[in-house]
Design a protein around this ligand. Structure first.
Ligand code: FE2
Length: 213
């Protein structure tokens, strides 16, 4: 009686992965690392498990101009992919994180922005991953014989030097404990539409009466 049974995947969550050419990444990362070290020196004492963070205005500093260009180029690619590139976006915050051995980032998201992202300057040799959490509550979770995108309530991606990740700002994410010997250095950023309240926040429907009065 059944002619066919199909599945249509609804409301997927995108994660954009941008990898630099290895030689370009190595050169850029050396410059970024030196500048981040300079900004954080002298390093204050921090509790075990914590990390050092710079101020959130790196996108305004000339030393990060090359990095800003990289983020803007990648963000334009995302906007084109989503067909929203007629609405210009701007970086609203940009800061560096240094996670020493034992440090981690608990689950969080980045409110009041459209996109968020992270770029990896230095990753411990043991490698590390960033974990993402499904925003939908998974109240009923029968244990499947094999987890897939449709049954898992989390996913992760490899963090590697020279890699830029961009994702929706509402997507909750976390980073596990750095159990490597070297420090994990990354630069995080947020992107939001310029002039959002003036150009995008009015109702999306047309009035049916009261026109031209
Ligand atoms: Fe984050």
């Amino acid at each position: 009686m059944i002619e066919k049974q199909e599945v249509q995947e609804l409301f997927p969550t995108p994660l954009w992965i941008v990898d630099l050419q290895p030689a370009a990444a190595a050169a850029l990362n050396a410059r970024l690392k030196a500048e981040i070290e300079r900004l954080i020196a002298p390093r204050p004492a921090i509790p075990v498990g914590s990390n050092w963070q710079t101020t959130q205005d790196l996108h305004t500093k000339p030393a990060f101009a090359e990095f800003v260009k990289l983020v803007e180029t990648a963000a334009r690619g995302v906007a084109r992919f989503l067909h929203v590139d007629r609405h210009p976006m701007a970086i609203t915050g940009c800061w560096a994180n240094i996670n020493p051995h034992g440090a981690y980032h608990p689950t969080h998201h980045h409110p009041n922005n459209y996109l968020s992202g992270v770029y990896y300057v230095s990753i411990p040799a043991s490698g590390s991953r960033i974990a993402f959490q499904d925003p939908r509550p998974s109240m009923i979770m029968p244990k499947p014989t094999q987890y897939t995108r449709l049954t898992a309530n989390g996913a992760d991606a490899e963090s590697k030097e020279g890699r830029l990740l961009i994702f929706p700002a509402w997507l909750k994410h976390s980073v596990g404990t750095n159990d490597g010997r070297s420090e994990r250095i990354s630069i995080s950023f947020n992107l939001m539409f310029k002039n959002f309240s003036e150009t995008m926040a009015s109702p999306m429907w047309e009035p049916t009466a009261g026109k031209d009065k």
